[in-house]
Design a protein around this ligand. Structure first.
Ligand SMILES: *Cc1c(COP(=O)(O)O)cnc(C)c1O
Length: 369
């Protein structure tokens, strides 16, 4: 029987085994493990790719947010507005620097609902942190208007947004700082944990560079308190290598999204994510293909029986439903969304044949010919 995994982890390596082994050999035989040339090269190349002034590789995408928050001095008692439709890491980073994550609704585009921000702003609010989820950016102009009106920072969790653009500007460069994750299943994945922080601000860049490496400056002097949160040189080498092919990966993901759009767009029981090219303000890179479906759980079982693995994002739990973490707010739009959302396979390994098969099975389920 056909089996289509949701994300084929071993393919990351197997697809390009020889070259990757050569790369690992060359880095390890030099003994270049921490803060070496490969990391500097990757930081420069990534900065060039997204048109940013500074990129710093860090240990993971969660640390990237923590370090960014520390650098902009978000601390005890401050509030930061984020969507509930995000990974727990966004909220955890805010909590772990002593401040309060304030959760807002999910909009019809699946992003932070820009109409649900203003009434959550009070005298403790310091920042809005849009999450560039599923490889798409939020409506950043509307968010910036609110930030200007109330003198707030805009900080981007762009863990899922590498390469996506809003009005021609790259995710990660749309606020004071932006963060990326290189977790294996992310758009640009390494063979373990990895992350980066991006900024165009000289002063912030200086702080970030100290914070990620024990507060040490270029001469090795300790001039501030810092973390040990560096992107491994070996992971940086792998990422720098994969970055060269990344524009092709983006094209492939956009192509797959256009196939899903063409194949499923007429099904009344589905709400698909915005199609590539459907709005000139957005360039989406489809970290995920997240749709909304009537009879979602039955559709999911039917696809499973036909060998197609799907996922409900965050294992089906948006942040505000984690009552053990003390959340008690009501977000009915987000609750409704989480009864209907489903992610179909979206990665650079899934073949054209497999996409056709997935479309056929979804059509069968809803009895569309
Ligand atoms: C993956 C992810 C993170 C965390 O990144 P890690 O590298 O796993 O620490 C944060 N926010 C979002 C939206 C993510 O998808």
């Amino acid at each position: 029987m056909t089996t289509i995994p949701f994300f084929p982890y071993s393919d990351l390596f197997e697809k390009d085994r020889e070259n990757l082994l050569g790369l690992i050999d060359s880095v390890c035989s030099k003994g270049a493990y921490i803060m070496q040339q490969e990391l500097r090269d990757f930081e420069i190349n990534l900065a060039r790719f997204i048109n940013a002034k500074y990129v710093y590789g860090v240990a993971n995408g969660t640390d990237a947010i923590i370090i960014g928050l520390k650098a902009v001095r978000i601390s005890q008692g401050d509030e930061v507005i984020i969507p509930s439709h995000t990974y727990i890491a966004t909220a955890a980073a805010i909590h772990l620097v002593g401040s309060v994550p304030v959760l807002a609704e999910c909009g019809s585009d699946h992003m932070l609902d820009v109409n649900d921000i203003e009434h959550r702003i009070n005298s403790n609010t310091k920042a809005i942190m849009p999450v560039q989820i599923n490889g798409r950016t939020c409506d950043m102009d509307k968010i910036q208007v609110l930030a200007d009106k109330y003198n707030l920072l805009v900080l981007e969790d762009a863990a899922q947004g590498l390469g996506s653009k809003y009005k021609g500007r790259y995710a990660g460069t749309l606020g004071s700082f932006g963060t990326f994750s290189f977790y294996p299943a992310k758009l640009l994945g390494c063979f373990g944990d990895g992350g980066a922080i991006v900024t165009n601000d000289d002063e912030l860049a200086g702080k970030i560079s100290l914070l990620r490496d024990h507060g040490r400056d270029d001469s090795g002097d300790v001039v501030a308190w810092g973390y040990n949160s560096r992107l491994d040189n070996l992971q940086a080498a792998i990422l720098d290598y994969k970055l060269k092919a990344y524009p092709m990966d983006i094209e492939r993901r956009r192509y797959i999204a256009s196939c899903y759009q063409r194949g499923l767009g007429d099904i009344k029981q589905l709400d698909l994510p915005p199609a590539p090219g459907s709005n000139d303000d957005y360039f989406d890179v489809y970290q995920n293909y997240e749709l909304e479906a009537d009879s979602r759980d039955d559709l999911r079982s039917f696809l499973e029986q036909n060998g197609i693995k799907t996922i409900i994002q965050w294992a089906g739990t948006p942040v505000h439903q984690f009552s053990q973490l003390g959340f008690s707010c009501e977000l009915p739009l987000t609750d409704h969304f989480f009864k209907r959302c489903l992610m179909l396979p979206m990665n650079t390994s899934v073949s054209d044949e497999e996409i056709k098969y997935i479309i056929k099975k979804v059509r069968n389920f809803y009895e569309y010919s």
